[in-house]
Design a protein around this ligand. Structure first.
Ligand SMILES: CC(C)(COP(=O)(O)OP(=O)(O)OC[C@H]1O[C@@H](n2cnc3c(N)ncnc32)[C@H](O)[C@@H]1OP(=O)(O)O)[C@@H](O)C(=O)NCCC(=O)NCCS
Length: 78
């Protein structure tokens, strides 16, 4: 997992937008049709930032995770 992160003292100076632009530009260059990412629902600052970048919430997705013993169990299968 990669994280988009700007140190607090440098926020609202356009650095997040610069990083986001670099990712989107690379996607266009590679002929990707879309860029998907996730954000925690309480992270209102990031959500506002993503909305400002033109991102839209895709409601029909469910975010899955396999962890702990359920993940480790796969280590025992041949
Ligand atoms: C989300 C994050 C990367 C934004 O980076 P940033 O450098 O502050 O963003 P920018 O300065 O490029 O902001 C661009 C525009 O997005 C919007 N925006 C950014 N932060 C915002 C906030 N806290 N509230 C409302 N709008 C915001 C504004 O429209 C802003 O333009 P403006 O400052 O001219 O009004 C940064 O807040 C961060 O690192 N947060 C902690 C880590 C995190 O939550 N990452 C996302 C994990 S999914």
């Amino acid at each position: 997992v990669e994280n988009l992160y700007v140190r607090e003292c440098y926020r609202r100076m356009g650095f997040g937008k610069m990083l986001f632009c670099a990712v989107a530009k690379e996607a266009v260059k590679r002929n990707y049709g879309r860029v998907d990412w996730v954000v925690l629902d309480w992270n209102v600052n990031a959500i506002r930032f993503y909305e400002e970048m033109g991102g839209e919430v895709v409601e029909e997705y469910k975010f899955f995770r396999l962890t702990g013993k359920d993940l480790q169990a796969f280590g025992h299968t041949h």
